[in-house]
Design a protein around this ligand. Sequence first.
Ligand code: SF4
Ligand code: SF4
Ligand code: FES
Length: 343
Amino acid sequence: MKISVKVRRQASRTSVPTYQTYEVQADPHSNTVLDILHKIQWEQDGSLVFRRNCRNVICGSCGMRINGRSGLACQKLVSEFFGEEFLEQTSGGTHPARNREPEFVPELVVEPMQNLPVIKDLVVDMTKFWQNLSKVDPFVSTASRQISKTEFLQTPAERDKLQAAANCILCGSCYSECNAAAVNDRFVGPHALAKAYRVMADNRDDRTTERIAQYNQSNFVWDCTRCYNCNEVCPVEVQPLDRISQIKQAILADANLPESTPQLHRHTMVELVKQDGWIDESKFGIKVVGNNFKDLKGIASLIPVGFRMILKGKMPYPWQFKPSEGIKEIKSLMTAVLDRRSK
Ligand code: SF4
Ligand code: SF4
Ligand code: FES
């Protein structure tokens, strides 16, 4: 079957990208996107540049964007991108409506990963990706490794905690789709935070306290916007957002840490909902940005915002926030949830 493949080409770091379209004979139900790129490279255009190594979802080299989503070219079957109607017509079987050429030429669009500079065609410069990874110190601490004269054994339950994060093959797909990385160059990214959880949860590591304090700072867990993209694209079920949430829980449970603004933000939301059944915005800014009148600089920073809100008629005044009608039920639900979490 003939398919159309539109590839983003870029000759060098500084040149302007263009799109080039190839027509390729393919079996969409057995060919991967990587097979198609090989067909183009071997049969039509040897100048097309892309990375690959294992061809088997192991090395993480072939990360790229396919029809607008990052993933591994060696994992994705071409048919995955062509929708129900296409699958219905081409997936074989005895019915005459099946196993026939579709009435349209299906198109794949292949582009390099985002949030990293392009070196050439589909190859990106991963330097920032690796630098961000090193910021979380992604190794079990050397000091712990030197302690034991015998094997440092783990129980199956202790090992299970690390399983999801340990699957990461550092392909970059999550980083490419990360909304926080797109707007904040210093955000370490989902891959780094998944590894951060991996070492933080490892009972052989003796730097847990320092790690939790480090990951509580700017550009680590609290800068994630929880867009969920990393969980959706990860080819090996690392589910980085879930790992980020686990680090956040460890931070919130650590009574020795000085309360940071993100922690105060969460505690205040819970406190206000428990109090009145919703978030009273007239108190929220004072409590979080002004740290309950303890941070005078924070209070001062609210004054221009307050004036703008008054001028636009959007100032939240305390008398507008009466306790919600369902407050009794909300309080009992909140108490039940908080009690359960503290067990
Ligand atoms: S977390 Fe998943 S998507 Fe991100 S680098 Fe690791 S394997 Fe790739
Ligand atoms: S959930 Fe957070 S870390 Fe994951 S892609 Fe979105 S912003 Fe990035
Ligand atoms: S070539 Fe190794 S993961 Fe795709």
